[in-house]
Design a protein around this ligand. Sequence first.
Ligand code: ZN
Ligand code: ZN
Length: 275
Amino acid sequence: MSRLEAATFATIVLAGAIFTFLERRFAYNPGQPVFRTGYWNDIVLYCFVQSYVLGIVIGRLILFLDQHTRWSHLHLVSHWPILGQLGFFIVTHDLYIYLMHRLQHRWQPLWRFHEAHHSVPEVDWLSGVRSHSVEILINQTVEFAPIVLLGAAPEVAVLKGAVSAIWGMFIHSNLNVRLGPVGYLINGPQMHRWHHANEPEAYGKNFSTKLAIWDWLFGTAYLPDPTVSKASVFGLGFKVPDQFPSGYFQQHLLAFRRDMGPIETTPEETQSPVA
Ligand SMILES: [Zn+2]
Ligand SMILES: [Zn+2]
């Protein structure tokens, strides 16, 4: 592990501790426990084990792509300043994620791999890590392959990973943050909590991850005055809520079910409670 990797890992761990503390002091939804249902499943299996294993798999996949294309040898962005490279990959990947996220909510085969992410009934800083490994495999390959193949500096991938991790914590955090006019550009907890809300007025809204500008530009933004209306019910809204499995492996296997049975959820065009 390089010094930069060690420093970014420490920063991510520290950020988790800071968000845990801030959620106690400035909660958007007061009363949510630190060790909510699924906490250990999320932090041990999704956050550490899955991230570690997929990091290796995705790294090898990208290496394989590069060995066969040798695109990184063209050094297409190598001469750019590091911050310019980082900014470029943050913005372009964020637009991809916005479009992919909309598709995930519209197309059942992709929705199956996004469902787990919406299954957390108490959204907090940690809950963003609960994402099916297939979803992560696709999105992080699209995130990191261009960085390598376009010949970016090695630090860019490390910094981009850290930015994504901490921004993911931020938008899922149970924090009563009001971004004001900055919220038209930067995504924050209020908009993303509405995305996770199982409330009809928020269905099919707020697909942005880092930059809220996509939602405002493409007409999917929803941000009511928090003194009038706050997102307060989260999760998949199953008729029998306990039927979404609590275990990592069961949550994974559920995506491959043929008969959706009583825990069926449907994408946004069919007025799903989770769209
Ligand atoms: Zn979603
Ligand atoms: Zn989310």
